[in-house]
Design a protein around this ligand. Structure first.
Ligand code: BGP
Length: 471
């Protein structure tokens, strides 16, 4: 196997609310995700205690050989009231984190917004459901660019705008709104797109040498059979779930089929004059991709009623209920793929397919901002974690990234698996782990939070040392 490109970013990823803890320390206030974690799981008060142990964690990153680290900044640490007064302790924390990374020759990749809207802004005007968020978001971005832009070259605007459609718990919709939930989602999406594009434009103005893009959650969509009806359903699902967002980010336009869809379903957002120019002006430099699985769909019949996705949060195999989008598609399982305990279908080739679909269409550099396997890990008596299943998952996915680069001409400039260290899973607490580094705690027992290197840590270390030659 040939090596990966020179200067390929060998990274790993985390997000503030999942890893930091200290959720009310040093001036920080609560975000909507701090409040939304189900009570049976660990809350975000301590998480992996990265806030207090970041130096120890960066030593581990160095030992692992990382050349990049993707993390998110908590808006509520920087601007506890959502806007206005800057919290110096928050600035100090991220300054120390960034300086420590750079001292260790690790490139910081900063996510500006990873689901953690300040509660105050949700209460005041419904967060991203109101255009009032745009100036507040931009003020927050300005603070980040001014404070950290001298050292941070890579920025990610919004994490998984696409998934907020599928997973409404990621955003608090206004229950007493007169608008349907669907309409609220499309309104929110438009406002988020404006916020994203404004952040890109501001970054260009303040940091002309920086690179900025979104972190999109993507799953390629396959038809269940070669029945043209299934193929059409898959193409429509691909537009609805993936291309819709990519067209906005990369071309600054609404996909014609999505305009028709929004008209027909009475969920057209309010597009004010100047909006589309603003969105066009904020074209991103690269696309960040969070990839975990693929999805398979079949056509719907007249008997199929609309149904929301029910996700498997407990790790009970088979408890996912796939969504039905009336008149368009119905989710189904793929008999060719294995799945993890949370029913996520493991599909390494799907990553190559996704990289190709996106790159061949937009020709924009791609950064893999998340990829990984959530699993229940066991700490042995000798303090080891034999996570060969995770090694197998990452190895197969990296092989496909390599093939996309060398055989398909796709430009991928980095790989940031999820996650560097064990952290709170968005849906399933500490039961579902992703890290290269084990954190000794459970959802109910915080213990000492001691860090242990998993087998996958040593495997990834070898991969990085050989620049991907030895997977
Ligand atoms: C992505 C999020 C991450 C992370 C990951 C794994 O959607 O960006 O924050 O949580 O998925 O998901 P989960 O924790 O639900 O297994």
């Amino acid at each position: 196997m040939s090596a990966f490109p020179e200067n390929f970013l060998w990274g790993a990823a985390t997000a503030a609310y999942q890893v930091e803890g200290a959720y009310l320390e040093d001036g920080k206030t609560l975000s909507v995700v701090d409040e939304s974690i189900a009570p049976e799981y660990a809350d975000t008060s301590i998480a992996s205690d990265h806030y207090h142990r970041f130096k120890e964690d960066i030593r581990l990153m160095k030992e692992l050989g990382l050349t990049a680290y993707r993390f998110s900044i908590a808006w509520t640490r920087i601007l506890p009231n959502g806007r206005g007064e800057i919290n110096q302790s928050g600035i100090d924390f991220y300054n120390q984190l960034i300086d420590e990374l750079l001292k260790n020759e690790i490139e910081p990749i900063v996510t500006i917004y990873h689901f953690d809207l300040p509660v105050v802004l949700q209460k005041e005007y419904g967060g991203f459901s109101s255009r009032k968020i745009i100036p507040d978001f931009i003020e927050y971005c300005r603070v980040l660019f001014e404070q950290f832009g001298d050292r941070v070259k890579y920025w990610l605007t919004i994490n998984e705008q696409s998934n907020m459609f599928l997973l409404p718990y990621l955003i608090s919709f206004t229950e007493d709104s007169e608008q349907s939930l669907l309409k609220q989602k499309y309104e929110m999406n438009h406002i988020m797109t404006l916020a994203h594009a404004s952040a890109v434009s501001l970054c260009r103005e303040l940091l002309p040498n920086a690179k900025i893009g979104p972190a999109l959650g993507v799953s390629p969509i396959y038809p269940k059979t070669s029945n043209p009806k299934d193929i059409l359903a898959a193409e429509k699902a691909e537009e609805l779930r993936n291309t819709f967002f990519l067209e906005l980010y990369c071309k600054g336009q609404y996909l014609p089929s999505m305009l028709a869809y929004m008209q027909a379903h009475d969920c057209m957002p309010m597009i004010e004059s100047g909006d589309m120019d603003q969105i066009k002006a904020g074209k991103c430099d690269f696309i960040g991709l969070n990839y975990y699985d693929s999805k398979t769909v079949e056509h719907v019949t007249e008997q199929d009623c609309a149904k929301e996705l029910v996700i498997n949060k407990a790790g009970e195999v088979g408890s996912t209920e796939k969504e039905v989008i009336e008149g368009i598609y119905k989710g189904c399982s793929n008999p060719y793929l294995e799945r993890n305990d949370w029913d996520w279908e493991i599909d390494p080739e799907g990553l190559r397919i996704t990289l190709n679909r996106i790159y061949q269409r937009y020709e924009m550099p791609l950064l893999i901002t998340e990829n990984g396997l959530g699993a229940i890990d066991t700490l042995t008596e000798k303090q080891q974690i034999h996570d060969d299943y995770r090694i197998d998952y990452l190895k197969k996915h990296l092989e496909q990234v390599h093939l996309a680069i060398v055989q398909d001409g796709v430009e991928v400039f980095g790989f940031c698996p999820w996650s560097f260290i064990d952290l709170i899973s968005t849906t399933s607490g500490f039961r579902k782990r992703y890290g290269f580094v084990y954190v000794d705690r459970t959802d109910t027992d915080v213990r000492e939070l001691t860090r242990y290197k998993k087998d996958s840590f040593y495997w990834y270390q070898g991969v990085i040392r050989g620049n991907g030659k030895r997977l």
